[in-house]
Design a protein. Sequence first.
Length: 229
Amino acid sequence: MSRRDEIAAGLASVRERIARAAADAGRDPSAVQLVVVTKFFPASDVRLLAELGVTDVGENRHQEAQEKAAECADLGLRWHFIGGLQSNKAAAVADWAHVVESVDRVKLVGPLARGASRPLQVLLQVSLDPPDADGRSGCDADLLPALAARVEEEETLELRGLMAVAPLGEDPDRAFARLSAIRAGFLADHPRADWLSAGMSSDLEHAVRHGATHVRVGSAILGSRPRVK
């Protein structure tokens, strides 16, 4: 089987999972955008994905993503940065990314705005972990209003919604139910920020059930990640 055939098979399977989950939730499958996570995979795979109709790709390592985005600039893809973001890299990320999904603190906002040469779409990453969890990403739900207000101060940034990751070891259905409640309150104050990025290869069905508009899927489409030397 060729690499194109492998990717096409994975893509068809994930698209079917999304369609089935959406139907089960009484939602239109077209309301769920697939973001294919291409971390560690070569630009040649990104080109195959584009041939197969993928429009959105996700990366979480700045240097790798920057090089890949430049190499694939002719494809017209929408590049999502989905990894933990350092303030000293934020401006550089804003130069190539179209969407930054992992804004979790006020300190990132200024550098992102300075680095954005075009309108940059922003998602606020909210933590679903317990307060005492070690090494967790995302801001606490009660800090979202201040973070959203800071993003809205910048003309080059467009607040589009929320992103979250289900905690390891927890039933993702419970985690995403909490996220749905957080989102409801957030939408009351920011009705235009209606994106919800949640769900990955192992739990996308739960995320779609609880309103995800974007799912981030890598291994279920591209296979196991290559070893990094």
